[in-house]
Design a protein around this ligand. Structure first.
Ligand code: DX5
Ligand code: ZN
Length: 219
């Protein structure tokens, strides 16, 4: 059986107390810390840069899973790796014709490479790059903010990708991001997802550890 990893998004944390938030997530059983980097151009909001990753690094041993919602992502990848990122995921829509070289570059930095597809982008457009990425991030909401409702049609992309990787004999992570709740997490996992991102669900939880366990599928 595939191990299900829970990657809480710190987008929903108190930005004035981020170190403590990350420590709390680790204590509550999170597997990864999902860091949403927004540049104000690819999406309207600006969140934080590599200084945040650097500041959080001493607060946790968990991998820092950096999700770039940025244009020209190749320009900032090295900076975030130096700051302590363990994986860098870039949006297919932001890469133009440079997705392959960007993924190769990220791997050359010694971290995992990821490619993300927004809800309107067909997953088939990135599957041929599978040799070059370690994870596929299927966005289940339009990127830009937390607390939205999961778009059910995106689950099909995870199924398509899981079947494709199996047919090629490739072991790849499939991460889903946006609108995941205790009510729909089981469907997300059943679609082939093994990395579950959750922001508002985890930070809105009455008991963070119990919510993380339930997202993982332990009842
Ligand atoms: C959205 C971000 C997500 C977001 C998820 O653009 O990429 O990681 O924080 O938040 P929830 O789980 O609240 O939808
Ligand atoms: Zn994200």
């Amino acid at each position: 059986m595939r191990k299900i990893k829970i990657a809480p998004s710190i987008l929903s944390a108190d930005f004035a107390a981020m170190g403590a938030a990350v420590e709390r997530l680790e204590a509550a059983g999170a597997d990864l810390i999902h860091c949403d980097v927004m540049d104000g151009t690819f999406v309207p909001l600006i969140t934080f840069g590599s200084q945040m990753v650097e500041a959080l690094r001493p607060h946790t041993r968990l991998p820092l899973d950096v999700h770039f919602m940025t244009v020209t992502p190749w320009e900032k990848a090295a900076e975030f790796v130096r700051a302590g990122a363990n994986s860098i995921t870039v949006h297919a829509e932001a890469c133009g014709g440079r997705a392959a070289e960007t993924l190769r570059f990220i791997r050359s930095l010694g971290v995992k490479s990821g490619i993300a597809v927004s809800p309107d982008t067909p997953v088939e457009s990135v599957l041929p790059l599978a040799e070059l990425f370690d994870k596929l991030l299927v966005m289940s909401v339009v990127p830009g903010r937390g607390g939205q409702t999961l778009i059910r049609a995106t689950l099909k992309k995870a199924e398509t990708a899981r079947a494709y990787f199996a047919s090629k004999g490739l072991s790849r992570e499939i991460e889903m991001d946006g609108g995941i709740t205790e009510a729909n997490a089981a469907d997300v996992v059943a679609a082939g997802v093994n990395v579950v991102v959750a922001g508002s669900t985890v930070f809105g939880a009455a008991n963070m550890a119990e919510t993380i366990a339930r997202l993982r599928g332990k009842r």
